[in-house]
Design a protein around this ligand. Structure first.
Ligand code: TXA
Ligand code: MG
Length: 358
């Protein structure tokens, strides 16, 4: 796999590749994506093949900054807002103004030019306007929507650097566009906007449920508590219990639980993802020496921990001196806002990484 710098010539090359129906690794502020022209079903099929992704898991469509209105998206055949109530339309436009460009995806009624494969046959489509400047340069030059899932093999850890894309997909994809380490580090927040303006949070991310409720002056339901009459499986078919999984087994718990495991199983070499800067001091020196530690933030800052999470997980997974991985449960820390927006997004990813595999 070749890495293309973000300069003018490589943008031109990327545009040519995408126009001819190829796939390409792209940076975004959340995680790296594997992109193809969303209007071209054959190109989109390559994404599923490269990722080993089952076709029941729909893709997010990425758009340039000039397309941030329902009128424009309807005109292009990406959405069909005639199916939304005027209240739902007003909320959608408010969200666009408040959170685009940024780590935020809306699931809206699908337009006629979006192929079945992109949406897994659903009548809705996920749309996001990323804010990464290089990818925005690309989208603006291309003037096509890009379908792009995270650039990892299905079910595995999302890549937050171009080298992580190479280690996930090298050999299967020709090019990745270099955009530096991802600024957010966790995938976008996803919200389903129902025709009657019912809002459901399908995936937590950097844009919190509280911010969404404030911008819309509406409750935002959690998927299991949706009031739209549809089950969470119908609303978000790709949200599987096991995801973001390292090859090694991962245990989510408190520092007390880690201490017990260290004492009970001295033969196991643990790697630990720690969130609370005070955590390490609570592990006795003698056992600490048997532990490979990844401190996610020296200040206990949730955004910093989110940014570093996937790369730290990847390092422990690749470390020959680590048998099993422990991750500190955000709820068991003593940090402020341990159940807040970013902490809940981190918990969501760690819970899926720890879940029994398919
Ligand atoms: O931050 C992100 O969103 C990243 C970057 C590359 O933009 N992309 C990403 O894509 O996380 P992916 O494929 O890993 O996750 C997409 C998820 C699907 O698994 C599904 O849960 C949800 O988005 N999704 C997409 N379209 C949907 C739809 N029409 N209805 C419900 N859920 C949808
Ligand atoms: Mg993904």
């Amino acid at each position: 796999m070749n890495t293309l710098s973000g300069g003018f010539q490589s943008i031109q090359k990327c545009v040519a590749l995408l126009r001819s129906g190829d796939v390409l690794g792209i940076p975004t502020e959340t995680v790296y994506g594997l992109a193809a022209n969303a209007f071209d079903e054959k190109a989109v099929a390559k994404i599923f093949a490269v990722k080993d992704r089952p076709t029941f898991d729909p893709l997010i469509v990425h758009i340039p900054t000039g397309w941030g209105s329902l009128r424009k998206l309807d005109e292009l055949g990406i959405t069909d807002s005639s199916l939304l109530s005027s209240e739902a339309k007003a909320i959608t436009e408010k969200f666009m103004k408040a959170f685009w460009p940024g780590p935020f995806t809306m699931v809206l009624p699908r337009g006629s030019r979006i192929p079945d494969l992109v949406t897994s046959g659903l009548s809705t489509v996920g749309v996001r306007m990323p804010r990464h400047t290089i990818t925005q340069d690309l989208l603006r030059t291309l003037q096509l929507p890009l379908a792009a899932p995270s650039a990892n093999r299905f079910g595995r850890i999302s890549p937050t650097t171009s080298s992580a894309v190479v280690s996930e997909l090298g050999g299967r994809v020709q090019y990745v566009l270099e955009g530096g380490p991802c600024e957010v580090g966790l995938e976008s927040t996803i919200v389903h906007v129902a025709p009657d303006a019912t809002l459901t949070l399908l995936r937590p991310g950097a844009i919190s449920r509280e911010e969404l409720a404030q911008a819309s002056a509406r409750e935002v339901a959690l998927p299991e508590k949706t009031t739209s009459g549809k089950s969470s499986a119908e609303l978000a078919p790709g949200m599987l219990a096991s995801h973001y999984a390292p090859a090694k087994s991962l245990t989510l718990g408190s520092i007390e639980e880690l201490r017990l495991m260290l004492a009970d199983q001295p033969e196991i070499r643990w790697g630990a993802l720690l969130l609370d800067p005070a955590a390490e001091a609570r592990i006795a020196e003698v056992v600490r020496s048997r532990l490979t530690v990844e401190r996610l933030s020296e200040e206990g800052d949730w955004s910093e921990s989110a940014r570093r999470l996937f790369s730290a997980l990847r390092r422990l997974d690749d470390d020959g001196a680590v048998d099993r991985i422990f991750a500190e449960d955000p709820r068991t820390t003593t940090l402020p806002e341990r159940t807040g927006g970013m902490a809940s997004a981190i918990l969501d990813r760690l819970t899926r990484a720890a879940a029994p595999r398919h």
